[in-house]
Design a protein around this ligand. Structure first.
Ligand SMILES: Nc1ncnc2c1ncn2[C@@H]1O[C@H](COP(=O)(O)OP(=O)(O)OP(=O)(O)O)[C@@H](O)[C@H]1O
Length: 223
């Protein structure tokens, strides 16, 4: 029997910005359920790689397979729906919608994935992150740690197979950092999801293995 297809499979990935190579990955796979860290010095391409895997950015060359879908070949609208359903994103800028309540931020993520509203799921997640009694509050009324937890809840509301996080803990104290990572790992386990975190945060290196260490081979190499 052949082994199961990897959840992420990048082939011949090459990305150039302004004539400069910022990513060059001949072949990289992540199996379903395999959590880990994406490491590398500043400017080595971690954020760029997460954006490419999420289909937010098209690579200059190469194939990006996520959950059996070739992301680069999908129409933008289809790619948005696939992303909404299969991939949860937590970026450095949390991109919470400040004009919407906490509950509506989660409902919006359901709508963007073309999922029917599921208020039970919204209430369950808000309770899990300790904000069950503040469903009608707005993101600006939350502390940084609470906003970060809301961003995780939004990332997992559709039970995605893959959660990508970019420096999710860099602004957090030790207590909030531990709580956030516990929450991400717990949600990943509950949903059989894979968790991939790009980070410099040494605190995470004690909890998760490195899956990929990017170097910056092309820094300064202008074509
Ligand atoms: N829009 C852009 N225009 C020009 N260069 C860019 C652009 N986006 C990214 N880059 C360059 O691509 C390289 C990789 O950037 P990226 O943000 O992915 O690195 P990173 O490893 O996430 O860095 P950090 O750890 O500092 O966040 C950097 O050299 C960056 O300057």
């Amino acid at each position: 029997m052949s082994p199961p297809a990897p959840l992420i499979h990048l082939r011949g990935l090459h990305h150039r910005v302004a004539g400069r190579t910022v990513l060059d990955l001949p072949d990289w796979r992540v199996a379903a359920g395999e959590h880990g860290l994406l490491l590398g010095p500043s400017g080595s391409g971690k954020t760029t790689l997460l954006q490419i895997i999420a289909g937010l950015l098209s690579p200059t060359a190469g194939q990006v397979m996520v959950a059996g879908q070739e992301m680069t070949s999908l129409d933008e609208g289809v790619r948005d729906v696939v992303r909404g359903a299969c991939i949860g994103l937590v970026f450095q800028q949390l991109h919470l919608v400040n004009a919407l309540t906490l509950a509506d931020n989660l409902r919006l993520a359901q709508r963007l994935a073309d999922y029917p509203p599921d208020d039970g799921r919204v209430a369950q997640l808000l309770n899990r992150i300790g904000l069950g009694d503040r469903a009608h509050a707005y993101p600006r009324q939350l502390s940084q740690g609470e906003r970060q937890r809301l961003a995780i809840a939004r990332a997992v509301v559709n039970r995605p197979a893959l959660v990508l996080a970019d420096e999710p803990t860099s602004a957090l104290d030790d207590g909030n950092c531990t709580r956030l990572l516990d929450l991400m790992l717990e949600q990943a386990a509950e949903n059989d999801a894979t968790l991939l975190i790009a980070t410099h945060d040494a605190r995470l290196k004690t909890r998760l293995p490195a899956r990929l260490v990017l170097t910056a081979p092309a820094l300064g190499a202008v074509a």
